[in-house]
Design a binder for this molecule. Sequence first.
Ligand SMILES: Nc1ncnc2c1ncn2[C@@H]1O[C@H](COP(=O)(O)OP(=O)(O)O)[C@@H](O)[C@H]1O
Ligand SMILES: O=C(O)[C@@H](O)C(=O)COP(=O)(O)O
Length: 428
Amino acid sequence: MPTLGALADDFTGATDLATMLVARGFRTVVAVGPDAVAAGPGAAGALAEADAVVVALKSRTAPVAEAVEVSSRALDALRALGCRRFYFKYCSTFDSTPRGNIGPVADALLQALGERRTVVVPSFPATGRTVYRGRLFVHDDLLDESPMRNHPLTPMRDSRVERLLAPQTAHPVSRIGLDTVRAGADGVRAALDDPARADALTVVDAVDDEDLRVIAAATEDFGLVTGAAGLAVGLTGPHPDQARARPASRPGDPGVVLAGSASAATRAQVAHALGRLPHRRLDLAGLRADFDATVAGLTAFVRAEWAADPTRPPLIYAVAAPEDVESATPPGAEPPATLVERALAACAVTLVDAGARRLQVAGGETSGAVVTALRARTLGIGAPIAPGVTWARAEVCPTGTAHTVDLALKSGNFGDPDIFTQAWEQLV
Ligand SMILES: Nc1ncnc2c1ncn2[C@@H]1O[C@H](COP(=O)(O)OP(=O)(O)O)[C@@H](O)[C@H]1O
Ligand SMILES: O=C(O)[C@@H](O)C(=O)COP(=O)(O)O
């Protein structure tokens, strides 16, 4: 029976956290939405045998009420499954707006659990995210000077985590600095136990993994912790030698890369792949004029490329340069973000039915749209690709016929420039 229950506000975040938990000795299953958990242990053996279950949600940019509702349902389902400790996983770049959804979801989870306080730990040093004096850095840049400044859905225009969080929560927001963290877990615990923080969401500085271990030790009896995947470096599960999920596909099986992310790392990965893989960019005007025909043209292109050379997985991408991002929606038209997500999801459905057995998907929202359309219920964590990115094995059933596929759900800002050409080599 699982004891650790996690909710991730997007799908790449879910596999990111699950990868970390597997590395820390938790047999971990990613459940796609609360309904995949609600089926219960009897219906889903993998969940019953897991030490940790991570529910993948598409709640990061949903309306606040919807994000709270689906997160609360996920919490209920995890509690019904037996989980007793909870981890709310959000983005290491604190992707949110002044309305939410990090604050409202954290507030709702605390209330449902009867807890009064928690910690806020977006640091993930393995991917360059650190918090010092309450400021979130992305490698050398403050968050608001990093490419996240221009994210299409959650542009981050401040780097002070307390200031980002305060308008989103009904709780007081507090901070514990690096000096206290470096003094050790007892000092952090004493600071957290200060009556002034009894009801607080407390942002804790952390610049390396040892800082995260200290925070994890200081909060080991908290009912809820919140943060990016980095905080899991301080958790220890009972199965350090567990097997990872084996690949479903074999070398030479048809593959495809679907990139809906506009993030800087993905743009570099697209640029690298353009000279190496067959490719097509999504034509937003074409999709608006005739969605089905445009998708059919893309999938026909991919199938023709498979026939010509099955070892070169085609790339379908949305954005190569920042100016490709549509910041305004033409009057009466569908917003570009949902149009792109719908188009890549439709491509995935057709291509899996046509034989695709290995898919890389770039972008958290994009991954949510694709995996939901593929109707996966659970993901088993396979071979790691890069910090925060892994292969996952999934049973999918997009149109009534079941298939087993390998999925790499890549956070927009994670991975080396050659990931779209190299990640396949981990599938052995
Ligand atoms: N040309 C475009 N114009 C506007 N929005 C776009 C464009 N291309 C992609 N998008 C949207 O940008 C969002 C990127 O978010 P996401 O998939 O989570 O990527 P990331 O992981 O980089 O945040 C998606 O909703 C996607 O549909
Ligand atoms: O914590 C992180 O940075 C990632 O796990 C994550 O949440 C990524 O989100 P996207 O960049 O939207 O994929």
